[in-house]
Design a binder for this molecule. Sequence first.
Ligand code: SAM
Length: 212
Amino acid sequence: MQTLDSIQTAVPPGALASPAVARNTAPILEVLRAHLPARARVLEIASGSGEHALAFARALPETTWTPSDPSPEALASIAAWRAEADQPNLNAPLELDAAAPETWPEVDAQVIFCANMIHISPWAATEGLLAGAGRMLPDPGGLLVLYGPYRESDVPLAPSNAAFDASLKSRDPAWGLRDLDAVVALAKTHRLHLTRRVEMPANNLMLLFRRA
Ligand SMILES: C[S@@+](CC[C@H](N)C(=O)[O-])C[C@H]1O[C@@H](n2cnc3c(N)ncnc32)[C@H](O)[C@@H]1O
């Protein structure tokens, strides 16, 4: 099994590198290792730089990992990391807008993974993500994995998350930390049920939704 230390590489030309990814990859990987089905076929939505996709494909060689993003800059970055890596289980990135699930390409996936998009996009992206996941994921066996910060009715908002929320809203009033209860309720309408909530470093959560 490859360790994360053994998979760090120099940033290739045209690729983006995120300091947050460097910090959160190992804890996210730990949860993925524990919960992904064997030989999982994963569609990643909002892949951003593509560093998560490469790290998880390398660390989980039995999986097939398909990254995606709507941003041309992100797609170019993911492609640059992929070209550098020559990782056989990492597919070419797909152009995919979570907010328009009717336009999603056909992907044979039983897992959808999405990190750090829900609070950095309008609510329509979350609506589309949940509708698209509800349509694409197999029943039984489908798994939707979300990572990021949320507001929770029974947990005080950490000061760092309150400040993050304010900064997001100052960049775009349609952005901001979402109410977890609202996400869970909407997911349920698409037959996706929250089965696990994992507390992550820096006041983030990892949320697992399963078909039922
Ligand atoms: C903060 S980055 C997160 C990237 C990566 N998942 C991570 O955790 O580092 C947010 C990403 O969401 C993508 N995004 C924004 N709106 C989106 C949408 N409607 N559908 C899919 N991705 C979207 C952006 O292009 C960007 O790559």
